[in-house]
Design a protein around this ligand. Structure first.
Ligand SMILES: [Zn+2]
Ligand SMILES: [Zn+2]
Length: 327
């Protein structure tokens, strides 16, 4: 009896210590991220060119437009900027399948990987780099086997390796090709997940302006816009992507836990994302007079999506696998 009490007590002490260490790491990272943000003055990227036509075709996301396409809790969108084809992220491949849902959806949609020259990784979370094994190995996969990406340039905001792609580390705002840029990494402390440095893609469409494309949106919508306004001269036309607003439900569950509500929010696990915060972001986006809004369902709940649909009637576009968003 006494021995079992000692063992239980010791286990509890270790659990509390582990939790304490996670809380400490979270607050130290938060302080560092805040300091980085206030000290950093990004260089301007004036006249970075423009493109005539932009199509964003979701290849992986939570919802799909028809049953023959697979939806999952991950992101992979094909960005067609004139003749440049950019794959933004590579999905989650949650069931570790080969070929992965991404490759199968590409086949269904007649997308030839040979015609994709660029791979842009928003940030190295499992739902964006092809699964937990890729996240752990600090690499990226399109399927469980290593797909040959020797024709591709991989733009990443955190150090990453790949057996065949040419890897380019993005540590500040940078033009990737005429009319297409990265606004550079923005740091955010995530409880239990460490510091994340996420980058958003920026595309300048002639006669419209900048379209900002974010993966999970861990940076926070205000910072994504503030960085774009500081770096580029062109007006912002639209926002497409994830904002991580799982208010009523979490798409991803691990051991029954709603991980997206507990982690990845930029807050402590008991401080949930609230409806008011979503409403504040909507008010912020309304103040920008945009011409396009499209929110990814992979890290936001249906309540959030409905709210955006109603508030941005006329400019809101559905983001679903197989449904192109054309500008
Ligand atoms: Zn995500
Ligand atoms: Zn993420």
């Amino acid at each position: 009896m006494a021995i079992s009490l000692i063992i239980s007590g010791t286990v509890l002490i270790f659990i509390f210590m582990g939790f304490g260490i996670l809380c400490l790491r979270y607050s130290l990272n938060k302080k560092q991220a805040d300091q980085e943000w206030s000290a950093h003055v990004p260089e301007k990227l004036s006249n970075f060119g423009s493109i005539e036509s932009l199509t964003i075709l979701p290849l992986i996301d939570w919802y799909a437009v028809k049953e023959t396409l697979i939806g999952e809790c991950g992101v992979s969108w094909l960005i067609q900027a004139d003749r440049n084809n950019i794959l933004l992220d590579t999905g989650a491949n949650m069931k570790k399948q080969d070929p992965s849902p991404l490759l199968r959806n590409m086949k269904t949609l007649n997308i030839d990987l040979k015609e994709v020259q660029h791979l842009f990784i928003s940030h190295p979370h499992m739902d964006h780099v092809g699964g937990i094994a890729s996240q752990k190995a600090r690499t990226v996969k399109l399927s469980t086997d290593d797909t040959d990406l020797s024709r591709m340039t991989l733009y990443t905001s955190t150090p990453m390796t790949h057996p065949s792609a040419k890897v380019v580390l993005i540590d500040k705002p940078r033009v990737l090709m005429p009319g297409v840029a990265s606004e550079g990494p923005i740091s955010r402390s995530l409880f239990g997940m460490g510091m994340i440095r996420e980058q958003a893609l920026v595309v300048n469409v002639t006669g419209k302006g900048l379209v900002l494309i974010a993966g999970c949106g861990h940076q926070g919508v205000e910072k994504i816009f503030e960085r774009a306004e500081a770096v580029f001269d062109e007006p912002i036309f639209g926002f497409v992507g994830g904002l991580h607003y799982p208010v009523t439900e979490s798409r991803m569950k691990m051991m029954g836990l709603p991980v997206q509500k507990l982690l990845g929010t930029g807050k402590l696990p008991w401080q949930k994302i609230t409806r008011d915060e979503v409403k504040e972001s909507i008010a912020f986006l309304k103040s920008k007079n945009l011409g396009l809004i499209s929110i990814s369902a992979h890290d936001s709940c249906d309540w959030t999506l409905d709210r955006f649909r109603k508030e941005f009637k006329g400019i809101y576009k559905e983001l679903k696998v197989g449904l192109p968003i054309t500008i």
